[in-house]
Every structure is written in structure tokens, then in C-alpha cells.
Design a protein around this ligand. Structure first.
Ligand SMILES: Nc1ncnc2c1ncn2[C@@H]1O[C@H](COP(=O)(O)OP(=O)(O)OP(=O)(O)O)[C@@H](O)[C@H]1O
Ligand SMILES: [Mg+2]
Length: 334
């Protein structure tokens, strides 16, 4: 039988996502069992370990054993999380929601599609202004597929690993085969900006070319997402390599209402000045409106009241407008 120390080591390696250690402790337990004459148990354990290893090698490990936290070099490149978000929690235009729903449907039936020679969509470029749901989409897809989410910030990757960024990208694409997940390449304009735009052509072009090549060669079961705020700056060659380009927009009045209703729930009074709220929400992102809702809800709790007051809520929205304007002004002068 496994010793208490071995059980502890097994649980620790599971929680650290350290698959090598997990497997090595499991093999030690099998060896102990063999030594104490439990040949059948030892054999069963070894077979289970082989199944895990084979499924990892073929990228078929599902959420059952979450040996998915990156270790070694990958840990410094990828941030891992296990989101529970669902697409139904998002407020989106139908032109944004429909391709995402289509992707989820295809992915759930990828074996069926494959048996007829088709592959499910799994490479998406997400484009739109800040705070409108690109990162949330990555979490929602991970939540829908019950897969881990691995994110990499490309600006950071380029500055931290100047000269080695293409090699680092290779390790990330390589890990897509080992560990099935949703891989988000955030701040994609860092490498995807138009080649004619007079940027530092050398290193960035090399990294972009490598990315395009890895993306094209990738035939793993992982989902690959790239997100950027700047559609106009992106290189044309990119668009062809993705299965879909999904555009995000600031919310319409109906979406503002849906977002506020979802967010404020019981804090929202039955009668509220929607027209004034729409006017105060003009141009705000989902993230800014969500933050105004949270501020208003907290104010309610601290005041001991159970419903927000329109005027106070509107003042939070206009506060967000002012913060947004000053952020935009400071970005313009940077
Ligand atoms: N479409 C949406 N529906 C509901 N909530 C949203 C939506 N978009 C954003 N939010 C809220 O705003 C937060 C921030 O959004 P998110 O990080 O997805 O923005 P983003 O598009 O990735 O922005 P950035 O370009 O700055 O990275 C989310 O965690 C969520 O609370
Ligand atoms: Mg984001």
C-alpha cells in the first residue's frame, strides 16, 4: 500500500500540476506493491500510469487528471487558470456570439466531423476595444470545454526574451500537443502589426513569421486564440491563418441594460431612469459599466440600503466616462 508520505506527494504533485512527479510517485507506489507481494495491484497501477502517459503524449488528456499547470520553462511563459465562466454569462452582439457558438458546437462534435474528413474550428483571432470581452471569451471557451486556460502576453514575451522569442513560441506550440487547453496569445499586435508600418522589422518580423508557421503546422486538439485591440494594424497574412476573426464592440443600449440587470440583480430597483443611464453609458466598455455596477452595489451595502439610487449609479457611470477620457488622453500623449 501507499505510505502516507506517498499519498501526500501524489496530492502535492497533482495540485502543482507537476505531471512528471505525479507519475514518478505513482510508479514508486507500484514498486512498493510489487515488493510486498501484491503483483496484481502493481501491474494495474503501471497500466494506469501508461494510459496517462499515452494520453498526454497524444494530447488527449482531458480534465480528469489536471496535470496541466506548466512547469519548468513553460511556467515562465504561460499563466495557467481553470475558469468556470460560461458563454451565457457574456453580453454580446449576435455577430460576435454566433461564430463562438458555432465553434463550441463543432468542437463538441469534432470526432464526427473528423470521420467525414472535416476539422472543427479551433483557431480564432479576437479583435476589439479594451474591456469588451476578449479575455472573458478565452475564459468562457475554457469553461465550456472544461479545459485549462494558458495565457501569454506577447509584449512581455518580446521584451523579456529579446532574440529568443521565436524559440519560446515554439515551446508554447509544442506544449499544445502535450497538454490540451485553450491557449490565448494576448496583445497580439505586439507581433501582428502590419509589416509596412515601420516597426522594428527584424526581430518582430521573425517572430511573426515563426508564429504563422507554427499556427499553420499546429494540428493539436488545443484551441488557439489571439487577441488584439487594433484591427487596422494587423498583417493581412494573419487573417488567412485563423478559422474566424471575431469582432467585439462597445455595448448597444439593449446590451447596457442586459449587462446592468445581470450585474446588479436584486440591487436594481423596478423603476430606473434607463434613458439617462444609456446617455451616461455612451462609449463605455462592458468592463467600465461592470465596474460602475460593482461600485454602486458596494455603496448600497455600506449604506445599508438594498437598492441602488439612479442618480448615484449615473454618477458612477459618468465617473467612468471621465476616467476613460483621461486614460485616452494620456495614451495619446505617450
Ligand atoms: N461581453 C461582455 N459581457 C459581460 N461582461 C463583460 C464583457 N466584456 C467584458 N466584461 C467584463 O469586463 C471584464 C474585463 O473584460 P475583458 O478582460 O474580457 O476585456 P478585453 O476585451 O480582454 O480587454 P483588453 O483589450 O483590455 O484586454 C470581464 O472580466 C467582465 O467582467
Ligand atoms: Mg484582454
Amino acid at each position: 500500500m501507499a505510505t502516507a508520505q506517498q499519498v501526500k506527494a501524489l496530492l502535492k504533485s497533482y495540485s502543482d500540476g507537476d505531471s512528471e512527479h505525479f507519475v514518478s510517485v505513482a510508479l514508486q507506489i507500484a514498486a512498493n506493491a510489487a515488493r510486498s507481494g501484491k503483483g496484481k495491484l502493481a501491474q494495474d497501477l503501471r497500466e494506469l500510469v501508461d494510459t496517462i502517459k499515452n494520453r498526454q503524449a497524444s494530447g488527449k488528456v482531458s480534465g480528469s487528471v489536471s496535470i496541466a499547470r506548466p512547469s519548468g520553462e513553460l511556467a515562465s511563459l504561460l499563466a495557467a487558470s481553470f475558469p468556470k465562466t460560461r458563454l451565457s454569462e457574456m453580453v454580446l452582439d449576435s455577430s460576435t456570439r454566433e461564430p463562438l457558438e458555432k465553434m463550441i458546437r463543432e468542437y463538441h462534435h469534432h470526432d464526427k466531423l473528423q470521420s467525414h474528413g472535416y476539422s472543427a474550428r479551433r483557431k480564432l483571432l479576437l479583435v476589439g476595444p479594451p474591456g469588451c470581452g476578449k479575455t472573458m471569451t478565452a475564459s468562457a471557451l475554457a469553461g465550456e470545454f472544461k479545459l485549462p486556460l494558458f495565457s501569454v502576453q506577447l509584449h512581455g514575451l518580446l521584451t523579456k526574451f529579446m532574440g529568443e522569442a521565436a524559440a519560446k513560441l515554439y515551446s508554447i506550440f509544442d506544449s499544445m500537443n502535450q497538454t490540451r487547453g485553450v491557449y490565448l496569445f494576448d496583445e497580439f499586435d505586439a507581433i501582428g502589426a502590419n509589416r509596412g508600418a515601420g516597426n522594428d522589422v527584424g526581430e518582430i518580423r521573425r517572430v511573426l513569421n515563426s508564429f504563422l508557421q507554427f499556427l499553420e503546422q499546429d494540428d493539436s486538439d488545443s484551441i488557439v486564440l489571439a487577441a488584439t485591440n487594433f484591427v487596422g494594424m494587423l498583417d493581412d497574412a494573419l487573417f488567412r491563418r485563423f478559422d474566424d476573426v471575431i469582432e467585439y464592440h462597445t455595448p448597444s443600449d439593449d446590451q447596457v441594460k442586459e449587462l446592468i440587470r445581470n450585474r446588479l440583480k436584486s440591487f436594481l430597483p423596478k423603476r430606473i431612469a434607463w434613458q439617462k443611464i444609456f446617455a451616461a453609458s455612451q462609449g463605455l466598455s462592458h468592463a467600465e459599466i461592470s465596474r460602475a455596477c460593482d461600485d454602486a452595489a458596494k455603496e448600497c451595502i455600506l449604506e445599508g440600503s438594498n437598492q441602488i439610487h439612479s442618480t448615484i449609479f449615473i454618477s458612477f457611470l459618468t465617473g467612468r466616462q471621465r476616467d476613460g477620457q483621461s486614460d485616452r488622453r494620456s495614451q495619446a500623449t505617450e
